[in-house]
Write a protein that binds this ligand. Structure first.
Ligand SMILES: Nc1ncnc2c1ncn2[C@@H]1O[C@H](COP(=O)(O)OP(=O)(O)OP(=O)(O)O)[C@@H](O)[C@H]1O
Ligand SMILES: [Mg+2]
Length: 546
C-alpha cells in the first residue's frame, strides 16, 4: 500500500494532541478518576505508537534518499541489483507501515466516542475549584489542648524571632515557615499563636486563611474586622486600602497569613502598601510550601521546616492509634507500629492519618495488612487521607513544570538526583520547551523551581554555592508515581517479568553483574536507567532507546 506523508502527519496526530489538550483542561478527573486515568493511559499509548511510526517512516525516507544519492553520484552499485530481496524488504516495510497506520486510525476514531462517556467539563482545572474545596482546608488559630503536640524547638525558634527586639523599629517584618505539604506549618503556627509570650507581646493576633486565591479584598476585610471590630462590606478596594492603613497603625499586631501560594509580587504590593502604616514592631507570619512566596514577600526570616524525628513521630502515632486503650493490650502491636511509623518518613500528616486509621483495628494481622497495603502507593484515589493535600502541590505547578516533576518518578526512592543528569534527560525527552539556545540553563531553572516548591529536598551545593543535587521525599515520590501510573517503572533485576508493556520509562536496580541483564519486554521504552554497583559505571548508566 502506498502511504502518503500527509496521512501520517496530519490527521491522527492532530486528533491525539487535541484530545490530550482538552484533557489537560480537566485536570482533576485525569488524576482522581480511575476510568479516566485508564483511558488517558490508552490515549498516550496511541500517541507513542504514532510517534514510533513517524520515526520509522522518517528513517525509511532518509535511507532511500541516501541510497538514491549514492547511485546518483556513482558511489556504488545499487544493492538492489545485487540483492533483490532488499528491494522486496522495502516494499514489505511500506506495506507494514501502511497496515499499522490503518490500524491506528481505526483506534483513533474511537477515542472521541469513548471520551464522551466521561462527561468532561472543560475548564475544570484546580483554579476553578469549588468553595467547598477551600472550606475543607480552612484553618483557624485555636488548638485542641487535649491533644499532644511536638516540635518544641521549632516553636522556640519562631517565638524568639517574633518577640525579639530585632526589627522593632520597622513597621513590620515577616517570618515565613516553608515546607512540603503536611509537614506541620499550620500546626506550628497555631502553637506559636497560643504561646503565652506571644499572646502577651502582641496587642492583637489576627489569623487569615489565604489559600491559593490571594483575595486582597477578603484579606483586607478580615484584618479590618479583627482590628476595629467593624465589618466593611460593599467597600471598593481603594476605600478598603485606606481603612486598612488607618487601623493597622493603632496597635502592635501579629498577622498570620496561612497557606499562601501567591508568587506575584504586584499582588503582594497592593496589600503591603497599607500595611506599611503598621504600628512599629508588628509581625507577619506566612506559611507556604514555596520558598519563592517567602522571597516575593521579602520575608526577613525563613524557617525551613524539617521532618519530625522518629521519637516525635512515635509520640504522635501512639496518641492517635492507641487512644483510649490500655497499654498492656497494645504491646504486641508496638513492633509493627514502629515499622508503619518508619514508612511515614517524618511527615506528621502521614503519621496522624495512618494512626487514626488504625485506632479501630485491634489485631496484629490487621496492622500488618496496613503495613503491606497499597495505601502507601495510593493505587486507589480516595477523598480522605493525605493524597488530596499533596496533590495540591501537583495541581499548582505551572504547566511546563508538571512533566518535569513527573519524570522524576523514574528515579528510585531516596536517590540523589543530580541536576546536570536530570536536565539532560529532560532535554532528551523534549520536556523542556524553548526556541532559545540556553535550553540547559532553562532546565537548571526548572530544577531550582521544583526545589523552591518543596518537591525536592536535601539540596547539596558545590563550592561556589550552586545546587548540584537533591532528593525527593518518599511521599512526594509516591505522588509522582500515582499521577504517572504505569508509564514509569522501577524494577530490581532478577524479576522474570521485567517490566510491563505499558512502561515508557524504566529504571533497573542492578545488584550484581550487569552483563546478565535479561532482554526487555517493553515495546515503547523511551528511557532505560541502570542503578547499581560502581563497576557498572559510576553508579548510573543511561541508555536512550528511541
Ligand atoms: N507539631 C505537631 N504536633 C502534632 N500534630 C501535628 C504537628 N504538626 C502537624 N501535625 C498533624 O499533621 C497534620 C498536618 O499538619 P498541618 O496541616 O499543620 O500541615 P501543613 O504543613 O500546614 O500542610 P499544608 O501544606 O497542606 O498546609 C495536622 O492535622 C496535625 O494533625
Ligand atoms: Mg497548612
Amino acid at each position: 500500500m502506498a502511504v502518503k506523508k500527509e496521512n501520517m502527519e496530519n490527521a491522527p496526530v492532530s486528533i491525539v494532541l487535541k484530545e490530550l489538550y482538552d484533557l489537560a483542561k480537566d485536570e482533576r478527573q485525569q488524576v482522581t478518576k480511575k476510568a479516566v486515568r485508564d483511558w488517558l493511559a490508552k490515549l498516550k499509548e496511541v500517541a507513542y505508537e504514532v510517534e514510533d511510526i513517524l520515526d520509522e517512516w522518517r528513517t525509511d525516507a532518509f535511507r532511500s534518499q541516501r541510497d538514491k544519492d549514492d547511485i546518483h553520484f556513482g558511489k556504488k552499485v545499487h544493492p538492489y541489483l545485487l540483492f533483490p530481496c532488499i528491494c522486496f524488504k522495502k516494499v514489505e516495510s511500506r506495506h507494514d507501515t501502511g497496515h499499522k497506520i490503518r490500524e491506528i486510525t481505526e483506534r483513533l476514531n474511537k477515542i472521541p466516542i469513548e471520551k464522551s462517556a466521561f462527561n468532561f467539563n472543560e475548564g475544570n482545572t484546580w483554579e476553578g475549584k469549588s468553595s467547598s474545596d477551600i472550606e475543607q482546608r480552612q484553618t483557624g488559630s485555636l488548638i485542641d489542648k487535649t491533644k499532644i503536640f511536638v516540635r518544641d524547638q521549632d516553636k522556640e525558634s519562631i517565638v524568639n524571632e517574633l518577640v525579639c527586639a530585632n526589627g522593632q523599629e520597622k513597621p513590620f517584618s515577616i517570618v515565613s515557615i516553608v515546607g512540603m505539604g503536611g509537614l506541620g506549618k499550620t500546626t506550628l503556627t497555631k502553637l506559636v499563636c497560643n504561646d503565652e509570650r506571644v499572646i502577651k507581646h502582641f496587642k492583637k493576633i489576627i489569623w487569615v486563611y489565604v489559600s491559593d486565591r490571594f483575595d486582597l479584598n477578603q484579606i483586607a476585610k478580615k484584618i479590618i474586622l479583627s482590628m476595629s471590630g467593624s465589618s466593611c462590606e460593599n467597600l471598593d478596594f481603594d476605600t478598603l486600602q485606606h481603612s486598612l492603613h488607618e487601623v493597622v497603625g493603632k496597635m502592635q499586631f501579629l498577622l498570620v497569613l496561612d497557606d499562601v501560594w501567591n508568587e506575584n509580587h504586584s499582588e503582594w504590593e497592593k496589600l503591603k502598601v497599607p500595611l506599611n502604616g503598621a504600628a512599629q514592631g508588628s509581625r507577619i507570619v506566612v506559611t507556604t510550601r514555596s520558598r519563592k512566596v517567602a522571597e516575593v514577600m521579602e520575608a526577613t526570616h525563613i524557617h525551613n521546616l524539617g521532618i519530625l524525628s522518629n521519637l516525635d513521630c512515635w509520640k504522635l502515632f501512639t496518641y492517635e492509634a492507641f487512644k483510649g486503650r490500655e497499654e498492656e493490650k497494645y504491646q504486641e502491636l508496638t513492633e509493627v507500629g514502629m515499622e508503619i511509623v518508619h514508612k511515614c518518613k517524618g511527615v506528621p500528616l502521614a503519621v496522624v492519618t495512618v494512626g487514626s486509621l488504625l485506632r479501630h483495628e485491634k489485631k496484629k494481622l490487621d496492622w500488618k495488612f496496613i503495613l503491606e497495603s497499597e495505601i502507601w502507593e495510593w493505587k486507589t484515589p480516595k477523598d480522605e487521607g493525605m493524597l488530596p493535600s499533596l496533590l495540591l502541590s501537583y495541581y499548582k505547578l505551572p504547566l511546563h513544570l508538571k512533566p518535569c516533576f513527573l519524570f522524576c518518578s523514574v528515579f528510585p526512592k531516596d536517590h540523589n538526583i543530580k541536576k546536570d543528569e536530570l536536565v539532560k534527560l529532560w532535554m532528551a525527552h523534549g520536556i523542556i520547551k524553548s526556541e532559545r539556545a540556553e535550553i540547559e540553563e532553562i532546565g537548571e531553572k526548572y530544577f531550582d523551581d521544583l526545589l523552591t516548591r518543596s518537591l525536592f529536598q536535601d539540596a547539596q551545593e558545590d563550592d561556589s554555592g550552586n545546587i548540584i543535587q537533591c532528593k525527593m521525599h518518599d511521599l512526594v515520590h509516591n505522588l509522582a508515581k500515582f499521577v504517572t501510573s504505569s508509564a514509569y517503572c522501577i524494577k530490581e533485576i532478577g524479576n522474570s517479568n521485567l517490566c510491563s508493556d505499558s512502561s515508557h520509562h524504566l529504571s533497573l536496580l542492578v545488584n550484581y553483574d550487569a552483563s546478565i541483564i535479561p532482554s526487555l519486554m517493553c515495546k515503547r521504552l523511551r528511557t532505560l536507567l541502570l542503578f547499581g554497583p560502581s563497576r557498572i559505571k559510576e553508579g548510573m548508566t543511561v541508555y536512550s532507546i528511541i
